[in-house]
Write a new protein. Structure first.
Length: 363
């Protein structure tokens, strides 16, 4: 609550955009693998931006078999601002998403050579009409080389409402947004659904090839860029993801894909994480309940106070997702589930099935 840069306040937001003397060109690069259900909404939202400068979109169809490319072209019409690139087979040493992104950036050299910024976004993101204007204004006026938003994730199904706000909460704890946004700080992070990056800075850093094998590609990109100029990361309320996680297994797979990567595949860090999660999230309710059962009023009071602090810290993220503060009472159970997902991530890695996503497995 005190020493983690106030991460729990969830108060890092983009302000409204003012005026610029000139608005630089932007090209959006969208890697898409079997995203026919959402790609049209994404393309439409990008081409419909209320942005004074030039905007173009490149969709990299990463070997889809569901008509993703057709849906993208239909959404764009005949305006000439969309380019669909047919992705080539994945090269060894690359993750699938970054291989697709690299092809999109290469295509931008011909399609949008004068664009100063790259907007790296996903094929399931619907951008608020003013999103690009706010992103560019922040980068231009604040001297940021990367501006990223943790978009509002879908929280409709039972499992989404129960688990997704906690995912955002834990992400903020791992990478405290105020610390990321401190130009003098050393913490670097980004959210892959929405990343505006200066094109020349990325080129000077070696391009996407410099992080070609990263599974947590957004934070890897942030570290790469932060070495050359400050980055900024915030929360979005209006730009949102359409990605549906209707069942527990889908959220479980999403977390297990990278949780052990986050721990550097270290068994020691895994043990520390499990102990830490137990102490922070399970000990307070256990103390409160145990103290009540055994008549230890001091233990009951301390456990209850810690649990109340936990709910208080979770409150701003719950409000962002339209959830009542009372939902925070269940955070110990949610934390236990995420701990099990992390253990599952380690087991998958040790069994040679780590990093699975979109039908691909990475060593």
């Amino acid at each position: 609550m005190v020493f983690r840069s106030g991460f729990w306040r969830a108060d890092q937001r983009l302000g409204e955009a003012g005026a610029l003397d000139a608005w630089p060109g932007v090209v959006a690069v969208v890697p898409a693998r079997n995203e026919a259900a959402t790609i049209a909404d994404t393309v439409s939202s990008l081409l419909g931006q209320d942005y004074p400068g030039a905007v173009s979109v490149i969709v990299v169809d990463d070997n889809s078999d569901d008509g993703t490319a057709v849906k993208a072209r239909e959404a764009a019409g005949d305006g000439g601002r969309l380019m669909v690139v047919s992705g080539t087979p994945l090269e060894q040493g690359w993750t699938g998403k970054l291989w697709a992104v690299s092809q999109g950036i290469a295509a931008a050299d011909d399609f949008a050579p004068d664009a100063s910024y790259l907007l790296l976004t996903d094929a399931d993101i619907v951008h608020d009409p003013g999103n690009l204007r706010r992103l560019v204004y922040k980068a231009e006026t604040d001297g940021r080389h990367l501006v990223s938003l943790m978009v509002r994730l879908r929280a409709v199904s039972f499992w989404e409402r129960w688990l997704i706000p906690a995912f955002v909460f834990f992400f903020q704890k791992l990478y405290p947004f105020p610390a990321v946004n401190d130009p003098a700080g050393k913490v670097a992070a980004a959210a892959g659904g929405c990343m505006l990056v200066r094109r020349d800075t990325l080129a000077e850093a070696g391009g996407i090839a410099a992080i070609r094998d990263a599974l947590i590609d957004d934070c890897a990109l942030a570290r790469l860029i932060n070495a050359r100029g400050p980055v900024w990361l915030g929360l979005a309320a209006r730009t949102r993801s359409l990605r549906a996680y209707d069942g527990l297994s889908e959220i479980w797979d999403m977390v297990a894909r990278t949780a052990f990567v986050q721990l550097d595949h270290s068994a020691l860090q895994l043990i520390g994480t499990v102990i830490g999660m137990a102490v922070i999230y399970l000990a307070p309710p256990a103390a409160m309940i145990g103290g009540a059962v055994f008549g230890d009023n001091a233990t009951t009071a301390l456990g209850g106070a810690a649990w109340l602090l936990m709910v208080t810290a979770y409150g701003p993220t719950l409000r962002l997702y339209g959830q009542p503060l009372a939902a925070g009472i269940a955070l110990p159970l949610v934390a236990a589930l995420y701990t099990l997902m992390t253990l599952s991530s380690a087991l998958r890695h040790w069994r040679g099935r780590g990093g699975a996503w979109k039908g691909r497995h990475y060593p």
